[in-house]
Structure formats: structure tokens, C-alpha cells
Design a protein around this ligand. Structure first.
Ligand SMILES: *Cc1c(COP(=O)(O)O)cnc(C)c1O
Length: 437
């Protein structure tokens, strides 16, 4: 399978090139040249299959031409050491719980898959060490670091803003050691991201070391997220609730919802999608006006969605741009909602009081969007619960006036010793540090 760039100014790439490079040379995002359609029987039969079997079928459709079935199945197996159950919340609304992985966020799926795929290419091709640079406001750093932990031939540098990630999040990537280095930057998340971008553009640095990125621009991170859309369908199909599915996705960089759109293109019967946003609502504005205007992000309690210029918007436009009027086609399939911190808090409290279900601030946006969207009779709503509420314990406790339990997996991280290297936010200092590695 070949991969093209959404900017179409650069030659097609192989899967390996797309994964190792991350971003295309013309700064576009890689897209697979074809989306293989699965037939109805294959999808209908998924209700009798395990998550692993379902994911193997989907992985085969994307990567089967490039990786032999045995290797691919191993990669899928290593990736999915956990389940993504669908849990009933209220009326015809279900939660797709994506937080049962090692760092308790949905990014574990893509992070682990990408680490294993890249590790496979490095070993197969005898590539010299690949260095992953990742800027994080919290969740991405932990999922990527834990996914890549101990993978030979790869070193990960996590850049995070000093004092601006929660203590629980911080310990998830500063206590690992081995091939993971945490760089504590005296600046904001935007400063961290700017350092990473400058590093990719610096010729001298790129001659010194092979650099790649591991956020959802990387095809190996976002495509595997389609696995759990099929798995959710299969679980609901089993109980006769899959006929008219409405899927609501708490969105920041829009990698997660894009994976759902790919699943839909592969034949997964999803009636429509909802993009649920916090106050960072450039996508909603696009739906309303047809004009996309990126702007600086604002801080909210659903901080993993504080994105002012969602990188995967380019993929969505490309996916719907073939027949000339992407805005019309996008609006037909996707609707959008936005919520303020106050609205998120009210939803969390109401759902907890009424049903006992604990929503995290991101999942709360997904849930509330289904409520405001007013499901028609016969429709089933599923929202993606993207992180475990305990990752945001301070916020969740104060909203619910509760003391929620911290899962053992999270507690284990909190017992480790923090190791980080403090750097200023200027590029020269960052570069001279990397040049010495
Ligand atoms: C990353 C993240 C999101 C946003 O996902 P995108 O793929 O960037 O749209 C939502 N919720 C949580 C908890 C996250 O970590």
C-alpha cells in the first residue's frame, strides 16, 4: 500500500517511510491510497469474535500488503493487552471505555501499535537508532513513553511544560528510565511543540540523529484506533443495538474521530458522528460557516482537547474532498457541539448522581453531545470515554465532591522516582543537548 500526502506536493511513500518520517516532506499528512472495504458478512460475524480477531481483520486491511500476517497478528496481540468494553450508562446511551490500557487513556492503542511497528521496521532494515520527539500537555507523553518503553533501537524524548501537567500525568513518563528521557521545559506546551517543530527543520540536528514524531499525524498511531470502533459495533450488535449507531467523539486533534471515519469508509455501519469539543471549537465553527479558522487554544478542564488547529482536519477534508464539496459532505455525516467548563462540570455531576457512572471531563463532552443531539427512536448513542477519571482526580473530586479511587496501575507509577532534565525554552539549548546524545 502506498501513502500520499494531503498536500500532494511530494511523491508517494511506502508504509515504512510514512511511519519513520511521520509528516510528509511537503508538511502534509500521509493517507493510505486505498481504503479496503470489508464485506457485510465479515462485519456481521465480528459479534462472535474476540477483540484480537476483530483487530487482526482490520489491521490486515490496512497493513496486510506490507507486513506478513504472522508478524501483524503479533503486533496486534502485543498492542491489545486490554479490552475496550461498551458499558450501558443511561437510556439508549453507552460508553465505549477506552481507558483500560497501561496509562488509562485511549492513546495507549495507537502508542503501542506504532512502537511495535516502528520497532519491527528498525529490526528488519537494520536502521540506526530512531529518536522520537514528543511534546505533551499530559496524556500523549505517557501513552507514547509507555508504548515505546524497552523497544530496541528507539529512544524517546518527552518534552513537557514544567509545572503544567498534573502530578499523576508527570509520573507516568518521568519515572520510566531505560530508553525514555523526560525533558522538563521552562515554558508552556506551545513552547514544547515549537521546540519539536524546530528540531525537525534543523538540518544539522537531522544529520546528527534520525528524528520522528509520535503524535496522531503518524499513520501508525491513528489508523489502529479504528480497531475499537469495529469492536464497539460488534458488542452492540450482539445485544441487538447496532442498527442505527450514533458515535460521539471528544475531539482535540481529531485523530480519534478520523479513525472512526476510516472505519465507516471500510463499511462499518455508523449512521452519523458527533465531534464533541470544549471551548476550543474551530471545527464547530467550520461546520456552521464552511470556513476553517485556526486560533490559539484556550485552557479548559478537558485539557487533552485544548487544540486550536486540529492537525487531522487536513485528513478529514481530504477524505471528503473528492467530489468537490467537502463542507456539504462533512456536515451531512458529522455534527458538532461545544461545552464550557461549567457545562462539563454540570454533566459530570448529573450523570454521577443519576446513574452512578463516573465521567472524566473529556467523556462528559461526548456524553452531553449525545443528549443535546436528541437521539431519534431506534438510535443508539455511543460516546468514547477517552481517559479514566482518576487521571484528572483533582478536577473530578472537586466537581463530584467525592474522593474517587485511583486504580492500582496509576498508583504504581506514583511510587517511582522522578527523573527529568530541566531545559530552558530556547531552541539553541535544546539543540545543543540533543547534539551531545
Ligand atoms: C488526546 C485526547 C483526546 C483528543 O483526541 P484527538 O484524537 O486528539 O481528537 C480526548 N480525550 C483524551 C483524554 C485525550 O487524551
Amino acid at each position: 500500500m502506498k501513502y500520499y500526502s494531503t498536500n500532494k506536493q511530494t511523491p508517494f511513500a511506502s508504509l515504512e517511510e510514512a511511519v519513520v518520517k511521520g509528516l510528509a516532506g511537503d508538511k502534509g499528512l500521509y493517507m493510505p491510497e486505498r481504503i479496503v472495504k470489508l464485506d457485510e458478512d465479515t462485519i456481521g460475524n465480528m459479534k462472535n469474535q474476540s477483540f484480537h480477531e476483530i483487530a487482526c481483520t482490520v489491521a490486515q486491511a490496512f497493513f496486510g500488503e506490507d507486513i506478513d500476517a504472522g508478524t501483524l497478528n503479533e503486533i496486534v496481540k502485543d498492542t491489545l493487552s486490554f479490552e475496550t468494553p461498551v458499558v450501558h450508562v443511561d437510556d439508549n446511551i453507552y460508553s465505549l471505555e477506552l481507558f483500560h490500557g497501561p496509562t488509562l487513556a485511549f492513546k495507549d492503542v495507537g502508542g503501542r501499535f506504532m512502537a511495535r511497528l516502528l520497532g519491527y521496521f528498525i529490526k528488519k532494515e537494520g536502521l540506526k537508532q530512531v529518536n522520537v520527539l514528543v511534546a505533551t500537555s499530559g496524556d500523549t507523553g505517557s501513552a507514547v513513553a509507555n508504548g515505546f518503553l524497552g523497544v530496541p533501537g528507539i529512544h524517546v524524548y518527552v518534552l513537557y511544560p514544567k509545572g503544567k501537567v498534573s502530578p499523576i500525568q508527570e509520573c507516568q513518563f518521568t519515572t520510566l528510565g531505560q530508553n525514555i528521557t523526560a525533558l522538563e521545559i521552562d515554558g508552556t506546551f506551545d513552547d514544547c511543540q515549537a521546540l519539536v517543530k524546530s528540531a525537525f527543520m534543523d538540518d544539522e540536528l537531522n544529520r546528527h540523529m534520525k528524528l520522528t514524531s509520535a503524535n496522531s499525524i503518524n499513520v501508525a498511531r491513528f489508523l489502529p484506533q479504528s480497531f475499537y470502533y469495529f469492536n464497539a459495533y460488534a458488542q452492540l450488535d450482539k445485544i441487538g443495538k447496532a442498527d442505527e449507531l450514533v458515535v460521539s467523539v471528544p475531539s482535540g486533534n481529531f485523530g480519534n474521530i478520523t479513525a472512526g471515519l476510516f472505519a465507516n469508509r471500510m463499511g462499518l455501519p455508523i449512521k452519523r458522528f458527533i465531534a464533541a469539543n470544549n471551548r476550543n471549537d474551530v471545527f464547530l465553527e467550520y461546520l456552521k460557516t464552511g470556513t476553517y479558522t485556526p486560533r490559539p487554544s484556550v485552557a479548559t478542564i478537558a485539557n487533552a482537547m485544548d487544540v486550536g488547529d486540529p492537525s487531522n482536519f487536513a485528513r478529514i477534508l481530504d477524505l471528503f474532498g473528492k467530489n468537490g464539496n467537502p463542507h456539504q459532505e462533512i456536515s451531512r455525516l458529522i455534527s458538532g457541539y461545544r461545552f464550557t467548563d461549567e457545562e462539563i462540570a454540570v454533566t459530570m455531576k448529573q450523570v454521577y448522581t443519576k446513574t452512578g457512572y463516573l465521567l472524566d471531563p473529556h467523556g462528559a463532552c461526548g456524553y452531553q453531545a449525545l443528549i443535546e443531539n436528541k437521539l431519534a427512536p431506534g438510535e443508539t448513542g455511543v460516546f468514547l470515554e477517552t481517559a479514566h477519571p482518576a487521571k484528572f482526580k483533582g478536577t473530578v473530586d472537586s466537581i463530584l465532591e467525592a474522593d474517587i479511587e485511583i486504580p492500582a496501575k496509576l498508583k504504581a507509577f506514583m511510587q517511582g522516582t522522578k527523573q527529568s532534565i530541566e531545559l530552558k525554552k530556547d531552541f539553541e539549548g535544546f539543540k545543543s543537548y540533543l547534539m551531545k546524545q
